[in-house]
Design a protein around this ligand. Structure first.
Ligand code: SF4
Length: 286
């Protein structure tokens, strides 16, 4: 693996706000992708009282080679979880929240009703909070996707994660075309919902392949884009092939804006939920 460059060094200072966030998560029995995926921005986000909640448990039925979330057989669904997520949003007084989940191919609806119920519970106690859901592909089911769309999140995200030529090595159980179709379908079902997708760079993709994915995403009508550097969570995960310099991220951002994305975040530490509220404001022309 190449040696991590200076721009990827980040020092984490544990502050009172971070400890308070961890205590709240423990009290309410909630998971975050921030912790489960070992996100490098955790000190910044937790320090600002921001977290991305991960529903449907913390065990994923898929085994993607880039992801730090545990895979295996999940525990049964917790029907009280949507209520507790809403409580957390209320206690943190969030004006914008991102909800994601592990992939639950074991459930007939992939957990779509649970997503919808979580949106409903948040709306009940925090009607002014904008909601972004970052969903799995629901195995391409239109009916299942419709359940989430009908709950009307402001933003619906689904990450393509990488270029199609790397799917076999990076995310074997996913399909590039299926992910694109899902994003396209959201716009057909409800054009008012902003769609969002993201890629990790540094897994061996070429510049041409990245641009080609951006073009494909725009063809689906995708509004918001995030591009970040892949970081190997452990020795058993895929190795980093290349550390993409910040200037190159800037080039992709410029290209993406030219292609028509309404809001783009690109940089080594960008993750799909990083400063998500700001990106949504930008997409709305704010
Ligand atoms: S970038 Fe997203 S996943 Fe990472 S710490 Fe912030 S909210 Fe959590």
């Amino acid at each position: 693996m190449p040696t991590p460059p200076e721009w990827l060094r980040k020092r984490i200072h544990i502050t009172e706000q971070i400890e308070a966030m961890q205590q709240l998560l423990t009290d309410l029995g909630l998971h975050t992708v921030c912790e489960s995926a070992r996100c490098p921005n955790i000190a910044e986000c937790f320090g600002q009282g921001i977290a991305t909640f991960m529903i449907l448990g913390d065990v994923c039925t898929r085994d993607c080679r880039f992801c730090a979330v545990n895979s295996g057989t999940p525990l049964p669904m917790d029907s009280n979880e949507p209520h507790r997520v809403a409580q957390a949003v209320q206690r943190l007084n969030l004006s914008y929240v991102v909800i994601t989940s592990v992939t639950r191919d074991d459930l007939p609806d992939g957990g779509a009703k649970h997503f919808a119920e979580t949106i409903h519970q948040i709306r009940t106690v925090m009607p002014q909070t904008a909601i972004e859901v970052l969903i799995p592909d629901f195995q391409g089911s239109r009916g299942v996707l419709q359940t989430v769309v009908e709950a009307q999140p402001e933003v619906l995200g689904h990450n393509v994660e990488t270029v199609p030529s790397l799917y076999r090595t990076v995310r074997l159980q996913a399909k590039y075309a299926r992910s694109l179709k899902l994003l396209e379908l959201v716009k057909k079902l409800d054009p008012r919902i902003y769609t969002k997708s993201g890629l990790m760079l540094g897994l061996g993709e070429s510049k041409e392949e990245i641009i080609s994915v951006l073009e494909d995403l725009r063809e689906t009508g995708c509004d918001i884009l995030t591009l970040g550097q892949y970081l190997q969570p452990s020795k058993t995960h895929l190795e980093v092939k290349r550390f993409v310099p910040p200037e190159e991220f800037q080039e992709y951002e410029t290209a993406a804006v030219q292609l028509g994305f309404l809001a783009v975040a690109a940089g080594p530490f960008v993750r799909s939920s990083y400063r998500a509220g700001e990106l949504w404001e930008k997409a709305r022309g704010g």
